[in-house]
Ligand binder design. Structure first.
Ligand SMILES: CC(C)(COP(=O)(O)OP(=O)(O)OC[C@H]1O[C@@H](n2cnc3c(N)ncnc32)[C@H](O)[C@@H]1OP(=O)(O)O)[C@@H](O)C(=O)NCCC(=O)NCCS
Length: 128
């Protein structure tokens, strides 16, 4: 896995539009996470021989995809997702999208996904 590229990509994320990352992890935390084999599959997306993003399929059949800014809106995400599904056939796929992330929601809807739930969470900081 391309640790440096994935970390740089993580830094580009808009925290308000992201569900899984409340704060940027340190590089060491990032290395530990990637090394822990967290997903069923995880790929770096290449376009014209350049690294432009990453896509994963979680062990719960959730797809996560992120492209660098200048490369969005050119069909790369649609192509990458089709390839991921071809290489990892499942009876269904899920995507956890923040309700604030309107563009991503549009992307998944355009690719046939339908909204099934919004989940609320209460964080208890003082509990282990
Ligand atoms: C969401 C994302 C993966 C879509 O991939 P993409 O290659 O940009 O999308 P495509 O070109 O294949 O498809 C275009 C459609 O996706 C939607 N879309 C989402 N983000 C877009 C963007 N930044 N620019 C243009 N279209 C975008 C639009 O609905 C568009 O269709 P339309 O032009 O008819 O409205 C990519 O834009 C991205 O990484 N965005 C930021 C990260 C993110 O929020 N990821 C999701 C977390 S799981």
């Amino acid at each position: 896995m391309d640790l440096r590229f994935l970390y740089q990509l993580l830094g580009e994320r808009d925290p308000s539009a992201n569900i899984s990352h409340r704060r940027m992890p340190t590089y060491d935390e990032h290395v530990r996470f990637v090394s822990s084999n967290p997903y069923a599959s995880w790929y770096v997306i290449y376009h014209s021989n350049k690294k432009v993003g990453s896509i994963y399929l979680s062990k719960q059949d959730e797809i996560g995809i992120f492209l660098k800014k200048g490369t969005q809106g050119k069909g790369i995400g649609t192509g990458a997702m089709a390839l991921l599904m071809k290489k990892n056939p499942r009876s269904r796929y899920l995507a956890n999208i923040s309700p604030k992330n309107i563009l991503s929601a549009k992307f998944f809807k355009k690719n046939g996904f339908v909204l099934i739930q919004h989940t609320y969470e209460l964080m208890k900081d003082d509990k282990p």
